[in-house]
Write a protein that binds this ligand. Structure first.
Ligand SMILES: Cc1cc2nc3c(=O)[nH]c(=O)nc-3n(C[C@H](O)[C@H](O)[C@H](O)COP(=O)(O)OP(=O)(O)OC[C@H]3O[C@@H](n4cnc5c(N)ncnc54)[C@H](O)[C@@H]3O)c2cc1C
Length: 461
């Protein structure tokens, strides 16, 4: 038995780990209906217990690797175990980019399908579901399906947190790019109203705000908004490695002095490894100092050029940064609420401050239309994600109360980030899921696919 944990390192449980296996071996394994259930695990980037099946079997990874780019058709077909970094390394040189890029490139395509992940462009481009041509699923009966978006089984699987079967592969439509650089406008916002107004007015393809999770009074909700668009100039062979902060744009926003065009490359800098700390560095005063420093170091307003990894995957610059947050681990509280319920953002920040929670990292996104997949997270409105030390009973009582407030507002918690939501609040957020449960019962009548998260939320036994 191997100890598996979530990214937040506070949900650990032991399971028998196997994989990767070829299709035939996977079919035989699923058809044997392992007594304590089976689950596919990707890169373990979900924060809680979504990728755990304590006491049972976990395939980590389930599938052999494999990536095929159809440059002419603008698609990539990749195995469920292929990471976004591996896929980008193959597609970017052909001028094609994955259309949805979460805050890490370490996740796998299987994990991305299972969580219906979103990026900084959810408002303009939707979540991954909108870009999937097909998903190849091995269901709980051991049957293979090629699922297309018109199928109920597709909608149950995308966002379905691995509980309908194993995603063997998926085909994703890509977006064309002529270079690997983005024009990024960074603007400070002095309070929450200003921050939300910036995001609301944003017309860039990508928009996200880092929010000071500790500011209070008139500064509550201050932060820094990043608006990004692809540059339509090809890359320069001699460009500097780190373009962060480099101003090189003429007044039409075009690069004015970079010629010498060359092929494209997805080239993240070599990541440094975070130390394993024996304590959590964040208590209220250090969380305040960290946030204040970040806010004051940000430019009031600046337009600069950034490379893909710097803009999309800044956190990947430090490997295993979750280890530096102490042995007790940490939580991420990410919720989405409909338009008009944005007051929940201030309410959550205030409640966390009042209980001494030391939230140290927060982001706000403006969301557009939902994908139509019943367990998918994004809904039209606003999303706040806050990282905070794991805390004790008092914090959890506050989070339970906030869950109810989010549910009452018509909102929901993101399952890929969750480690603690209770069944009643989950039901209030996602509804009875009658169709999803019926589809899962067809795909997995014996309930072979199981996870700790699924058991906690009543999605499996
Ligand atoms: C630093 C960081 C930033 C992040 N930023 C974002 C963000 O901006 N937007 C966003 O949407 N998410 C974000 N996430 C969350 C992450 O995208 C999701 O948790 C994603 O599901 C992780 O993929 P994974 O490969 O690590 O899967 P795991 O965490 O290993 O598993 C997640 C779920 O996928 C299922 N699964 C994995 N592989 C398969 C498969 N082959 N077949 C069937 N089911 C499978 C598992 O059973 C589990 O239920 C972030 C996570 C981190 C650590």
């Amino acid at each position: 038995m191997t100890l598996l944990d979530g990214w937040g390192r506070c949900t650990g449980g032991r399971a028998e780990v196997r994989g990767p296996l070829d299709r035939q071996a996977l079919r035989a394994l699923v058809a044997s209906r392992p007594a304590h259930g089976l689950l596919a695990r990707g890169a373990g980037c979900s924060y809680g217990d979504a990728a755990q099946n304590t006491g049972g079997l976990v395939l980590a990874p389930a599938t052999e690797p494999g990536i095929t780019v159809d440059a002419g058709g603008g698609t990539v077909r990749a195995a469920g175990s292929a990471t976004f970094a591996e896929i980008l390394a193959r597609t970017v040189p052909r001028g094609l980019l994955l259309p949805v890029l979460p805050g890490t490139a370490r996740l796998t395509l299987g994990g991305a399908v299972a969580a219906d992940v979103h990026g900084k462009n959810q408002r303009t481009d939707g979540s991954l579901a909108a870009w999937l041509d097909s998903v190849e699923l091995l269901d709980g009966n051991g049957r293979l399906h090629l699922l297309t978006p018109d199928r109920e089984e597709f909608r149950a699987t995308v966002g379905g947190m691995g509980l309908t079967g194993l995603v063997l592969a998926a085909t994703v439509r890509l977006i064309p790019i002529t270079g690997t650089r983005l024009r990024v406008t960074t603007r400070r916002a002095a309070d929450l109203d200003a921050l939300l107004a910036e995001l609301d007015a944003a017309r860039s393809r990508y928009a996200v705000a880092w929010i000071d999770t500790t500011a209070t009074g008139a500064a509550l909700g201050r932060g820094v908004v990043d608006l990004g668009d692809h540059l339509d100039e090809p890359d320069d062979r001699d460009e500097p490695d780190d373009l962060d902060g480099l101003d090189g744009l003429d007044d039409r926003g075009r690069l004015d002095d970079w010629g010498g065009l060359d092929g494209l490359e997805y080239a993240p800098a070599r990541a440094r490894r975070a130390p394993r700390l024996p304590f959590c560095p964040f208590i209220p005063p250090t969380a305040r100092a960290f946030n204040s420093l970040w806010y004051h170091r940000a430019p009031r307003e600046r337009t600069a050029v950034q490379q893909l990894p710097a803009f999309f995957h800044r956190l990947d610059a430090v490997r295993d940064w979750n280890r530096a947050l102490g042995p007790r681990g940490f939580l991420q509280y990410q919720f989405a609420v409909p338009d008009g319920a944005h007051g929940l953002i201030a309410e959550v920040l205030t409640a966390l401050g009042a209980v001494g929670a030391a939230p140290f990292l927060g982001t706000v996104k403006r969301f557009g239309p939902a994908s139509g997949c019943p367990l998918s997270f994004p809904l039209p409105g606003w999303s706040l994600a806050v990282d905070l030390p794991r805390g004790g009973r008092r914090l959890h009582a506050v989070l339970d109360r906030l869950d109810r407030r989010v549910a009452d507002a018509g909102g929901r918690i993101y399952l890929a980030k969750d480690a603690r939501l209770g069944r009643p609040a989950f039901d209030a957020m996602y509804g009875p899921l009658t169709d999803w449960r019926a589809t899962r019962a067809r795909l997995d009548p014996d309930g072979t696919m199981r996870s700790d998260l699924g058991r906690r939320l009543g999605l499996c036994r």
